[in-house]
Design a protein around this ligand. Sequence first.
Ligand SMILES: [Zn+2]
Length: 282
Amino acid sequence: MDFSRIESAVSVAALKQKHVTMVGGAYRLIDDLAKCGVGSFSIVDFDCVSPSNVARQDFNSTHISRRKVEVAAERLHKTNPDIETETHILNYCALSEEDHDQLFGHTDLFIYSADSFLVDARGNREAIRLGKPSLFIGLYPGGRASEIIYWYPGLTPACYRCICASRYQAFAKGQSNVSSNGSTIFDLRMVDAVAGQIALGLLTHGADNRYGKLLEQLGNRNLLQTKIDPSYTLNGKDIFRKYLGNHPANFSFTTIALPMEREPNCPDCSALYDQPTENSQE
Ligand SMILES: [Zn+2]
């Protein structure tokens, strides 16, 4: 595959050595990461392609009833025959820690895009435990705005659970309502395009190009939200106008990156920061 037109922008040689594990539906995103040079992928999904997937994901009518992971691997090989793929038809949340590490211990970046709180919650724990960068992609109801959260060990203080503490509380009360119904392919492509930028930043952090600088530039701003529907509000408030202003030129299709602090008692990431108990009797 000829990467000559993108090599000035992104570290293709480094990406060829990287392995990305994707749990869920960001099939277009991993294909586009392959186009940037990523060399190998694990794809995790137990679903088959249903007729409703054709309207929203990169499947067509000939794929219906086939395993999503198999269609996705086939597409990656068509993009670049040198790409290595591992497909896993399984329930990510049902894996034991041991099996998880055996299957995914070699991953350089975990992408969670399953439209499932349980997958995100499990993924956050595993990525922290393994010390691997993670990227969480979600759409708000109706596809009217989107959310990207990422974590990079030693760089982002807040993990997914720190940022989404209220979501964990709602889930504990049985009030979780994560669904991307109402999102069109354009909404999904929009969030994937932003997520892809971050994924390249996570995979090539420190490189001397714009993607290598991205994480430093973001600092602790590891919650990104993109406005898609111009009339989107959250609890009656326009969170985008709050930061970007009321000028009519601030229309839509823009992304804000918000600074996040860690929750001191976060059950998932506190262990990374807890100092050993001082026992100085001197
Ligand atoms: Zn945390």
